[in-house]
Design a protein around this ligand. Sequence first.
Ligand SMILES: C[S@@+](CC[C@H](N)C(=O)[O-])C[C@H]1O[C@@H](n2cnc3c(N)ncnc32)[C@H](O)[C@@H]1O
Length: 288
Amino acid sequence: MTGPRTLGEALDDAEKTLAGAGAWDPRRDAETLAAHVLGRPAADLPPGTALDPDARDRFQALVRRRAARTPLEYLTGRAFLGGIEIEVGPGVFVPRKHTEPLLAWGLDVLEGVRDPVVADLCAGSAAIALAVAHARPDAVVHAVELDPEALRWARRNMARRAAAGDTPIRLHEGDVTAPGLLSGLDGRLDLLLANPPFVVEGRVLPPEWEEHQPRPALFSGHDGLVVIRAITAAAARLLRPGGGVAIEHDDEQAPAVMALLAEQEVFTGIAFHTDHNDLPRYTTARRI
Ligand SMILES: C[S@@+](CC[C@H](N)C(=O)[O-])C[C@H]1O[C@@H](n2cnc3c(N)ncnc32)[C@H](O)[C@@H]1O
């Protein structure tokens, strides 16, 4: 048998390959892929474990794809948000841990609100909407998404979560910049959450995004704010007095997003918040 004989050797080889390819957390990637191949938790990978040739070949094939900067989650087929597993693959944006604080903020807003009405704009895989529905079975959660491929993943995740016993969400195929967006809900939302596209058109991103993830999930016009601008107006119209809005953005966009919310002249407590890297990541406000 050629190549590594033990799990430890295979992980060390993979870590070197991935570090050379520019992956930013090569050991974690290698362990995640090994855990995926072996069907065991990443915390349970004894280095002395003998690797059979089939597992070794499958692991090395995945490492090669990761070295080509395929998103890790496309290789394992899953991502996590709010404690639930979301299926992902080519055609849909991979939910990021950067979004966890926005979700937590939103759930705090719903504390003490019975039967809340919530919207997740630019839903992608529906991760945020499904995480809210999981945490709050009494909520009516609307999710809006434009891209047919993303909608396919959202429907798949909706079916899985409903089968797991969560309250079904309501998925709308539509453009969040359309003037009549969710118009039946004017003044009724308790919470509006959005992780929209916010990258300035023309900016070059790491290959995981640039080469693999759908462009409508990333880019939003010359200033990166085209979709966010529309969402601030929608939030002004859709939220009830006291309702909360949280919008994820680039770490440089907090002042611009705060200004867009202020322009609506119906929000109070406009503030930005940081993520796990201590970078400005989302801005929130309450409807007057
Ligand atoms: C950054 S991804 C976020 C997906 C998901 N919310 C998450 O956090 O994983 C943005 C999503 O917005 C969708 N999108 C972009 N422009 C849109 C628009 N005008 N109306 C509705 N959805 C849009 C994209 O297709 C993509 O799925």
